[in-house]
Design a protein around this ligand. Structure first.
Ligand SMILES: [Zn+2]
Length: 328
């Protein structure tokens, strides 16, 4: 029923009311429908996102060196992420697994921590996952992945700090740091990719609270100095639109709604598991994506200001996600 016919029915019910008490229940039902029952979302203070702190997180990972599968720097990255989460008062969980790849079997481990909602007991609340991968691609040259790897983790750690500092939310937040996103071979051929996210999904039935995951927001390549989010056509459109709308309302409209491209990334296993997901990614890193998987994926082609922009967009959009994706 459209808005026009609804008003017509309401008017005629009102007119008929004095003639017949049998119309009373219908009239009351219609009036009850006029009262909005959903309270406005509880905002997050996006101004609290510290782009300088996020930039330091990016630089720290770059300074560790290439963080490809099997590397010492990758192990150090895991330990460092756990330390950062612990400092926020969270209890990081290490999700270890073995990945059978075309280059052999590798020990991998995702790291995640839950910030529990205050509206339901732990394990019963709705959950939003915010995810980023921390591994870098194995390449024949020195590749430190300032944007492809470090940027998502940097933004996610600072987002986690802001969310946890502002008190419990209507939903539980899972901050999920994923291993093994990159294909071991040069080209992306399934199933040689997304080892960590596929493992997390496979393990969901064993993870407490997992069946309450309502949405997954993935951050990847979010520090390009020339920043515009690609419209990933695999992402769930309404979820993507929440963040685009938040950006436009905040004067950041130029940084969203880029060219539509179907992007395979860590959100795909979530989508395949029936969890609405979106990939916030700028898949045009430099002119014609010239720095992607190249030695030039360096801090000099990234920007602290961009980390500030993606931080704002995510924090401004999340309250609407809490509202729109809550279990009905
Ligand atoms: Zn990559």
């Amino acid at each position: 029923m459209g808005t026009g016919s609804y008003l017509l029915q309401k008017k005629s019910a009102r007119r008929r009311y004095p003639q017949s008490v049998r119309q009373l229940p219908l009239f009351l039902i219609l009036c009850a429908a006029c009262t909005p029952s959903t309270p406005p979302p509880v905002p997050l203070d996006a101004d609290a996102f510290n782009a300088e702190a996020a930039w330091e997180h990016l630089m720290h990972q770059v300074d560790l060196g290439p963080r490809n599968a099997g590397s010492k720097a990758l192990k150090e990255t895991r330990t460092w992420i756990e330390g950062e989460l612990t400092e926020l008062g969270l209890e990081p969980i290490r999700e270890e697994f073995q990945a059978d790849t075309p280059l052999g079997v590798f020990n991998m481990a995702n790291i995640y921590a839950d910030f529990h909602s205050d509206v339901a007991p732990a394990g019963e609340a709705d959950v939003i996952v915010i995810a980023a991968h921390f591994d870098t691609k194995t390449l024949t040259f020195r590749f430190v992945g300032a944007n492809d790897g470090a940027s998502g983790v940097a933004a996610l750690l600072e987002i986690a700090r802001v969310i946890t500092s502002q008190g419990p939310r209507p939903m539980t937040y899972r901050f999920l740091f994923l291993d093994g996103e990159e294909a071991m071979r040069n080209t992306w051929v399934d199933p040689d990719n997304t080892y960590g996210s596929r493992h997390h999904i496979k393990n969901l039935s064993l993870v407490r609270g997992a069946s309450q995951i309502r949405a997954c927001v993935l951050l990847d390549l979010v520090a390009d100095a020339d920043f515009q989010l690609t419209r990933d056509s695999f992402s769930q459109k309404p979820l993507l639109e929440i963040f685009y709308a938040a950006a436009r309302a905040d004067g950041l409209g130029d940084h969203v709604d880029g060219p539509p491209i179907p992007i395979k990334d860590d959100h795909i296993p979530f989508m395949q598991a029936g969890i609405p997901s979106c990939d916030l990614i700028d898949f045009s890193y430099g002119e014609y994506n010239q720095h992607w998987h190249k030695a030039s994926d360096l801090p000099s082609n990234c920007s602290e200001a961009t980390l500030g922009i993606i931080g704002r967009i995510v924090l401004l959009g999340l309250p609407r996600v809490e509202q729109e994706y809550a279990a009905r």
